[in-house]
Design a protein around this ligand. Structure first.
Ligand code: PRT
Ligand code: ZN
Length: 306
């Protein structure tokens, strides 16, 4: 239908009889906690004008048809499944534990952690069989049960909602299964990591049956998210090279299509511009220096559209 996928603006929402959500996408973000700041930052990097939402339940974006709801992270999968919000940002650990029926749209690269089994530091842990017949405290009973089943371990799961790490110290459990990032909480509580059972990061999720209009808005948002993500993994590099070395230097630098070469005012020299992925960054710099590149500048990229 002509106009069905026309560009929608926040103004459309204001003049609409069902102003609430008809031509707007609604997104659920964590109200406060470890994912809040990075989630808000991501939307801002996507050029979406929102305040940080502290002490607010809901805010509207100024320049994109998006309404932001702030919830506890545990509630986000269910709210998206039920369509209270169209999309949301939540840790995969919560999503999988809640067994919610939503679509995982895109991993977001922040909120990285692992769900691990940990045992007292002095325990003679020699392998997973050590856990047979033991009591394990966790807030992730589904993920833990699945893992124990897969390893054919019979253990007693004690579900607790917070401060899981203190359970062995107070005699409530022999081991724990909890989220770990730096490992300092385990260390401070006299525990050691025994097995990693799940690796997690924040993901963008969506309701399974979005209307065509909302899907169109989600596609627009996703396009921006991918450009922001890509830019974070790449750097723009500028260097000066003697002309006789240009061939070899261009072979080292892949670029988005191919490197840009501009002549310098000094005869016999050129400036070479390209984009380098962070994985190969230092290796490439070393090769460039070895081939006679000089004045190497490395600049962050704000958005990258390929
Ligand atoms: O209030 P609300 O219910 O919304 O928040 P919450 O308190 O349940 O969750 P929050 O804000 O702590 O975490 C939100 C999400 O961040 C989690 O679901 C994970 O996806 C992700 N995340 C990443 C983490 C961690 N890293 C993390 N380290 N969540 C929790 N932790 C905790 C962990 O439970 C342990 O207590 O940090 C401690 C371990 O950290 P290290 O660095 O000492 O190993
Ligand atoms: Zn929570």
């Amino acid at each position: 239908m002509a106009g069905r996928h026309k560009e929608l603006t926040a103004e459309d929402g204001k003049s609409c009889p069902n102003k609430k959500t008809m031509n707007k996408l609604t997104i659920a973000l964590q109200k406060s906690g470890r994912l809040h700041e990075d989630s808000v930052k991501l939307l801002k990097e996507c050029g979406i004008d929102i305040s940080n939402g502290l002490n607010k339940l809901k805010i509207e974006a100024e320049n994109f048809p998006l309404e932001v709801f702030f919830f506890r992270d545990d509630d986000i999968p269910q709210y998206v499944e039920e369509g209270v919000a169209d999309i949301g940002i939540v840790g995969e650990n919560v999503l999988v534990e809640k067994q919610s029926e939503v679509t995982v749209v895109e991993p977001l690269g922040f909120g990285k952690c692992r769900l691990s089994l940990a045992v007292p530091r002095q325990a003679d842990y020699t392998g997973i069989n050590w856990l047979n017949g033991k009591r394990i405290a966790t807030s992730y009973k589904n993920l833990l049960q699945q893992y124990l089943n897969s390893q054919q371990i019979q253990a007693e799961i004690h579900e607790i909602s917070g401060s899981v790490e203190i359970a062995p110290g107070i005699g409530l459990a022999d081991a724990i299964c909890d989220l770990v990032s730096s490992g300092s909480t385990l260390f401070a509580n006299g525990l050691k990591e025994a097995e990693i059972i799940f690796k997690s990061e924040a993901v963008l999720i969506a309701h399974r049956e979005l209307s065509a209009e909302k899907q169109h808005l989600l596609n627009k948002l996703l396009f921006r998210i991918k450009a922001v993500k890509k830019s974070k993994h790449n750097k723009y590099i500028l260097l000066n090279a003697p002309n006789e070395k240009l061939d070899v230097i261009c072979r080292i630098l892949p670029g988005m299509k191919s490197p840009t070469i501009l002549p310098l005012a000094e005869p016999g020299w050129s400036s070479v511009h390209s984009v380098v992925h962070e994985d190969k960054f230092w290796e490439i710099i070393e090769q460039l220096k070895a081939e006679g590149a000089q004045g190497i500048l490395v600049v962050p990229i704000e958005k990258m559209i390929v």
